[in-house]
Design a protein around this ligand. Structure first.
Ligand code: ZN
Length: 407
């Protein structure tokens, strides 16, 4: 378990190399102007912290672990910084007790996090500017053991003593790969069931299929997952068949993709649902009811609802899946949050029939609503779709990381 997790961390330098590659490629075209650091902020939760640094433009970054006292430093290739509050103390310091920003060299701005417990970078990525927001670096930090932290300090010390600053990724990727988790992506609707539709003829079934294919591509590229789709083409599948496919293949995660419409056109933004047959939000209930009727729309009668659960083992399994589904929804929303507009309270519960597998963690992603003009504009934009698919792919990855971290 820990092994796989460490392997993932070992890939981080590779990510940095990829970013360096991108930036260098751009440099050849035009002489580099070092971007400025505009703002920085940190949020903390009991078992994680997130540092977000706003940038005038995309740039390179790297990390270094330091001890006495324990610190994590994030270096950015940047000209200056104009952070209103260059120092801060997160409210409930669990991992990070304070942070400070300094001009470490003419071309380098360093943000130093003072740690209250050993920690490590779980993942980091740069987002391009969007929706009038600047480019930004997002760094997620999670607890490490004292040994892991000491090893990172040692590695970084050796690197600064003359060895290459980033290690080659050779070792990490050549470890034998265990059976990969299977993710089943379910593009909603299809065939005679178009799903939601705009006045201009944009159909939910087409949008979610294209999106699902992109998400599949990203997950497969990560090398961590086997990915299956319930439908690859414009075909109709009953809800029951979608669930059955995930169960028969013992999927580790089922993710249904939708872009429905709401009666209230002002409601917008992405959200992630898990199943709760007792959920009380009226609008969500209408949404789920409409969705659950898609079989009827397509000429099939509703399959009989699952009988009252009497089997206590099945009940326990269901509860466990519910917890895992919720964790998955949270991980996905956590990654969507800095990237796209979310609905208020984006982790939601409703009684979606397609989420009923008792043995497969299942979530339903509403990318946005075809009843809202801003959401339609987003859904039609390839930039937005890429960014959202990337965020969901990261969310799926961090969800599986969190399963591995469990003792
Ligand atoms: Zn739908």
């Amino acid at each position: 378990m820990t092994r796989q997790f460490l392997t993932r961390l070992a890939l981080l330098p590779l990510l940095v190399l990829v970013f360096l590659g991108i930036v260098h490629a751009q440099d050849e075209a035009s002489p580099p102007a070092l971007p400025n650091v505009i703002d920085a902020r940190i949020t903390v939760a009991p078992d994680r912290a997130r540092l977000v640094i706003d940038l005038a433009a995309r740039t390179e970054f790297s990390f270094v672990s330091l001890d006495e006292p324990d610190r994590l430093a994030v270096d950015l290739r940047a000209g200056t910084f104009s952070v209103p509050e260059a120092e801060g103390n997160p409210a409930e310091a669990e991992l990070v007790s304070s942070y400070a920003i300094e001009q470490a060299a003419a071309d380098r701005v360093r943000t130093t996090l003072t740690l209250s417990a050993p920690a490590q970078v779980q993942q980091a990525y740069v987002l391009d500017p969007f929706d009038g927001q600047p480019a930004r670096l997002v760094v997620d930090i999670i607890p490490a053991t004292a040994e892991e932290f000491a090893a990172n300090v040692e590695r970084d010390r050796a690197a600064s003593a003359g060895a290459p600053a980033v290690s080659t990724p050779a070792g990490g990727s050549e470890l034998p790969i265990a059976t990969k988790p299977l993710v089943v992506i379910d593009p909603g609707h299809g065939g005679i069931d178009s799903g939601a539709e705009t006045a201009e003829g944009v159909r939910e079934k087409d949008i979610v299929l294209a999106f699902s294919l992109r998400l599949q591509e990203l997950l497969v590229e990560s090398g961590r997952f086997d990915v299956a789709l319930t439908r690859q083409t414009d075909t109709y599948l009953r809800l029951e068949e979608r669930v059955a496919l995930a169960r028969a293949n013992k999927a580790d995660l089922f993710i249904s993709i939708h872009a429905d419409s709401f009666q209230q056109p002002e409601i917008r933004g992405a959200s992630v649902y898990t199943r709760d047959e007792n959920a009380t939000d009226v609008l969500d209930k209408v949404l789920a009811d409409t969705e659950n009727r898609s079989d009827v729309i397509a000429g099939f009668t509703m399959p009989p609802m699952a009988p009252e659960v009497v089997d206590i083992l099945l009940d326990l399994m269901r509860r466990e899946m519910r917890v895992q589904s919720f964790m998955a929804a949270q991980s996905i929303v956590h990654q969507l949050e800095p990237s796209v507009a979310l609905r208020r309270f984006p982790v939601r519960q409703a009684d979606f029939f397609v989420l009923q597998a008792p043995d497969v963690p299942s979530v339903l992603v509403e990318l946005g609503f075809l009843s809202n003009a801003s959401d339609i504009a987003n859904l039609m934009q390839s930039d937005w779709r890429d960014r959202t698919a990337e965020a969901i792919a990261r969310g799926i990855s961090t969800y599986f990381d969190s399963l591995q971290e469990e003792p």
